[in-house]
Design a protein around this ligand. Structure first.
Ligand code: GLA
Length: 374
């Protein structure tokens, strides 16, 4: 079982319904060529709209032969050959969100089919589900089916946080769960998703992560969920928050058009290392003085360091004033911190246990902090 947040690329944000074998394999090649694969993005996930509208005579799901002429096993084989893991999409209801057959009452046959095709990851959506059966039972069904299908398949629940998902999803065998409604490539959408995390931070942890949705970093307003687009500071902030909060990191942009600014964001090794920290500790929300527009979080890391992030979500400059005592760092203990800014590389020693700084609109400050003698 994967214990740290899964990383990869998913077809939905950019391509929506317009998917096919060629495109998926092209994306995989791009992930590899751009160095994203070696940075850790190793799941390639095909989202909704890959199948025919009917099951075959044995009740099995069948790929659309126009989109996937060689079947799904061929896609899986090609991706495995390139060193990737292969993700597919299904739904707990009678239909998927876009109207293709769902897995309700077909959980075992579908899990067996996915296993036969060589699938390593299943995103499992929540549209058209029975109103009489609570979600926990629908996800238990598929969770158990996957556990017994003879293949290790990561279970990615997509309930948008509905029906208090946080309280029951871990029991179903899920490895990640969508905490919020669908993301769009707008600042408002990204901000809304960030705001929605505060109450559910305690629920994310090793083996089952709060999924903030596929990232819009680098979409620049294009594609299926592309609307206004974000600026580079906003994309960098978005990526940093997803990483620090331990969300799965799925790229959603068109990799054929990926630019250097986007690659620099998505490939930052130190930010990825914080996301992938083996301890997967609960994230703390911090409250800098006088600046409600600055979101701040921290997470203890496996080697004794602390990751601390400050994010100016507003379009105005803000004064950051933060006292580190609440993180367990007190002058009286004879210890202080060395702060390393993972974006600028700047290093400095914490003075008087506090940081005072002006933060520009949408600025990110993400530090890896080392405990040192005062
Ligand atoms: C839902 C999910 C999205 C995507 C679409 C596909 O809206 O939340 O992430 O999978 O369905 O139809």
């Amino acid at each position: 079982m994967k214990m740290t947040p899964p990383m990869g690329w998913n077809s939905w944000n950019t391509f929506g319904r317009d998917i096919n074998e060629q495109l998926i394999l092209d994306m995989a090649r791009k992930i590899s060529e751009t160095g994203l694969q070696s940075a850790g993005y190793n799941y390639i996930v095909i989202d909704d709209c890959w199948s025919l509208k009917q099951r075959d005579k044995n009740g099995r799901l069948q790929p659309d032969p126009e989109k996937f002429p060689n079947g799904m096993k061929a896609v899986a084989d090609a991706l495995h050959e390139m060193g990737f893991k292969f993700g597919m999409y299904g739904c707990a209801g009678t239909l998927t969100c876009d109207g293709y057959p769902g897995s309700f009452d077909h959980e075992y046959v579908d899990a067996a089919t996915f296993a036969e095709w060589g699938v390593d990851f299943l995103k499992y959506d929540y549209c058209f589900h029975s109103n009489l059966i609570h979600g926990r039972y629908l996800y238990r069904r598929m969770g158990l089916a996957l556990k017994n299908c003879g293949r290790d398949i990561l279970f990615s629940a997509c309930t948008w946080g509905n029906d208090e998902t946080a309280k029951w999803i871990r029991e179903t065998g899920a490895n990640m769960w969508r905490s919020t409604p669908d993301v769009f490539d707008t600042w408002e959408s990204v901000k809304k998703i960030i705001d929605a995390q505060s109450d559910i931070l305690p629920y994310g942890g090793a083996g089952c992560f709060n999924d903030m949705d596929m990232m819009v970093v680098g979409m620049r307003g294009k594609g299926n969920v592309g609307l206004e687009g974000l600026n580079d500071d906003q994309y960098l902030l978005h990526f940093s928050v997803w990483a620090l909060l331990g969300s799965p990191l799925f790229i959603g942009c068109d990799l054929r058009e990926i630019d250097d600014a986007t690659l620099n964001i998505l490939k930052n090794k130190e930010v990825i290392a914080i996301n992938q920290d083996a301890d997967c500790r609960q994230v703390m929300e911090l409250h800098p003085l006088w600046a409600p527009q600055i979101k701040a979080y921290a997470r203890y890391l496996e080697n004794g360091d602390i990751a601390v992030g400050f994010f100016n979500l507003s379009e105005k400059e803000q004064l950051l004033r933060y006292e580190f005592e609440e993180l367990g760092v007190q002058e009286s203990t004879g210890k202080t911190l060395m702060l390393h800014d993972v974006w600028s590389g700047e290093e400095f020693r914490l003075e008087n246990c506090s940081v005072w700084r002006n933060m520009k609109p949408y600025e990110t400050l993400l530090f890896r902090c080392r405990v040192i003698d005062k």
